[in-house]
Design a protein around this ligand. Structure first.
Ligand code: ADP
Ligand code: MG
Length: 251
């Protein structure tokens, strides 16, 4: 088949075939009677193993786009029948809610700006809960040891092995975000979606978060789509795109 591979500066291997193809995606929110058009025909290909950074002004639809890619929301149907979000050989716009839940559990990791950890759970539980979602209650029992081992391994790698029993409230922002990253990676996703993962952190902490993601990405061959305002982070990625007036422009 002649798959081309390229060694990147980031040390990752990028394959030439896309893992994700977004075509003609429109998204309009409705607030009461007011329509808020956000995306006006987004086209985007992401190759397997690639790190794509999305830049764009606040309110330009970056989070909206990540949500559509991650199966958390759907593109408009009425305005654009040809809208397509393809992940590998799956057409996400045609899939049931249940299938999208599976897709999120099996294939996608999500990291948010504000961590979204569960306050009642310990650090370790916040990470293993992803395994529970994937395997269900019964399946989780059968896989429990494997999931707990993997969660502890990830937390150890991110320098949190001394925090396993702590609650999120007892952690710093940087530590919370590292827990959130471990949670996103627990099911070995092939695509990590990160929405301003360093946006709430000071510079140095942000860099350590980024290093954790980069290191893991290299080892796991992860594909990464990241939203950030930080041009220095963007400069490290394989490719930068901008959302302008609801469309993608290559930067
Ligand atoms: P960004 O992440 O680039 O800052 P968003 O994708 O969050 O932008 O939002 C784009 C626009 O859509 C904003 O004007 C925002 O207010 C609006 N918006 C986002 N989510 C919703 C929603 N659930 N309901 C209504 N409007 C929304
Ligand atoms: Mg946003």
């Amino acid at each position: 088949m002649g798959i081309q591979m390229q060694e990147r500066e980031t040390g990752s291997v990028v394959r030439s075939e896309p893992i994700l193809s977004v075509r003609a995606v429109h998204k309009t929110y409705t607030l009461g009677r007011v329509k808020v058009p956000v995306l006006h025909g987004v086209d985007l290909d992401v190759k397997q193993g690639e790190w794509v950074t999305i830049l764009g002004a606040s309110g330009s639809g970056k989070s909206t786009l990540l949500h559509l890619i991650g199966g958390l929301d759907r593109p408009d149907k009425k305005t654009e029948r040809s809208a397509s979000v393809q992940f590998r050989d799956r057409e996400l716009t045609q899939e049931s809610k249940r299938a999208l839940d599976r897709y999120r559990a099996d294939d996608i990791g999500f990291v948010f700006q504000f961590y979204h950890l569960l306050p009642e759970l310990s650090v370790l539980e916040n990470v293993t809960v992803g395994g529970m979602i994937k395997y269900g209650r019964l399946g989780y029992r059968a896989h429990r040891k494997q999931i707990v081992d993997r969660a502890s391994g990830l937390l150890d790698r991110f320098g949190l092995s001394h925090r396993l029993k702590h609650r999120p409230a007892e952690l710093s922002g940087g530590e919370r975000q590292r827990v959130a990253i471990a949670r996103a990676l627990i099911n070995e996703p092939s695509l990590l979606l990160a929405d301003e993962p360093t946006g709430n952190l000071d510079l140095k902490t942000g860099e350590s978060i980024l290093d954790a993601i980069i290191e893991h990405r290299r080892d796991a061959g992860l594909t990464l789509v990241m939203v950030t305002h930080d041009e220095r982070i963007a400069a490290k990625s394989d490719r930068v795109i901008r959302l302008i007036d609801g469309r993608v422009e290559e930067a």
